[in-house]
Design a protein around this ligand. Structure first.
Ligand SMILES: [Fe+2]
Ligand SMILES: [Fe+2]
Length: 230
């Protein structure tokens, strides 16, 4: 832990680009001004070093996700998981990635025009995904839970298949934006000269789109499929 305090922000981000979002959370510059140690940065910006170190450590543990057997879960539990894991992840990361995308488009758009297109696509994706999740959380998911308890429950939209089909269509639209972003970024390969914000953008987009595909998979292939078969 003490060792980490003496490392510079830039060194830590260079070793593990996923830490960029932790520094972003504390509004610490990890890009051009990342040459100071964590200890000094915390002192300068009145940040509790223990909080920052805890966040860096829990960021490291994130990849140790157990292999979960979603297909065997009760549907209300699966719904709660989707909301608490995937919707929460989207809500927490949507704006951070937008900030990275806007900054990279502004600074590097002249000689990498694809980053401008990526920023635009990301904004379209975000503008669709946020209200989509609200519809699921406020209307569809409570209706599915009510329907599971009582097949004769009065639903606000007639058959349960109508909103399910609509959500599936919206998944296709955001999925297409995500695929275009993957192609434009050449599978998130940053150029040799990329700065830390550029690297952080591609790292976060990759993480975000992986999360999105898993999220859509759980809804389309498990939750909605089972609901349609009821
Ligand atoms: Fe969802
Ligand atoms: Fe969805």
């Amino acid at each position: 832990m003490e060792n980490l305090l003496e490392k510079t922000i830039a060194e830590i981000v260079a070793e593990d680009i996923s830490t960029a979002s932790v520094f972003k959370k504390y509004q610490l510059d990890f890009c051009c001004g990342g040459g100071i140690s964590i200890a000094k940065a915390c002192e300068k910006h009145h940040i509790n070093p223990t909080d920052l170190l805890n966040d860096l450590n829990s960021n490291q543990n994130k990849s140790d996700v157990p292999n979960l057997n979603f297909n065997e879960w009760e549907l209300p539990f699966l719904i709660d998981y989707i909301v608490n894991v995937h919707h929460k992840y989207v809500t927490e990361n949507l704006d951070i990635i937008d900030e990275f995308a806007q900054k990279v488009a502004k600074v590097h758009g002249d000689h990498s025009p694809e980053v401008i297109k990526i920023a635009e696509l990301y904004q379209k994706l975000a503008a669709d995904l946020a209200p989509h999740m609200i519809k699921e959380e406020r209307i569809l998911f409570p209706a599915i839970k009510a329907y599971l308890k009582d097949k004769n429950a009065v639903l606000p939209f007639g058959s349960i298949e109508n909103p399910v089909n609509m959500m599936e269509h919206e998944h296709e639209v955001v999925g297409e934006y995500a695929k275009e972003i993957i192609a434009l970024s050449n599978h998130f390969q940053t150029p040799e000269w990329a700065c830390n914000t550029y690297k952080a953008l591609y790292f976060k987009l990759n993480e975000f789109i992986n999360d999105l595909f898993q999220h859509i998979h759980l809804e389309n292939n498990i939750l909605f499929k089972k609901v349609k078969a009821l």
